[in-house]
Design a protein. Structure first.
Length: 67
């Protein structure tokens, strides 16, 4: 009897949408939209969608939680 092993490969995230990146970085989404529009952060546009590289988001420190 032979058993087949099924491996699941999860694709690494390459880009975040602005809303998702804002949640990870704990900053307002509007801040990231502004930074993307003024070309202060790396981003790609796909039609009306702005995508931020996951390598940049993962490298940036998250902002402390404000009260």
């Amino acid at each position: 009897m032979s058993m087949t092993t099924q491996t699941t490969v999860t694709a690494a995230r390459q880009y975040y949408r602005v809303k998702d990146a804002a949640a990870v970085l704990r900053v307002p989404a509007r801040t990231l939209y502004h930074l993307a529009e003024t070309e202060q952060i790396p981003c790609r546009r796909l039609g009306t969608v702005i995508l931020i590289p996951a390598s940049w988001v993962d490298r940036e420190p998250a902002q402390p939680h404000r009260r």
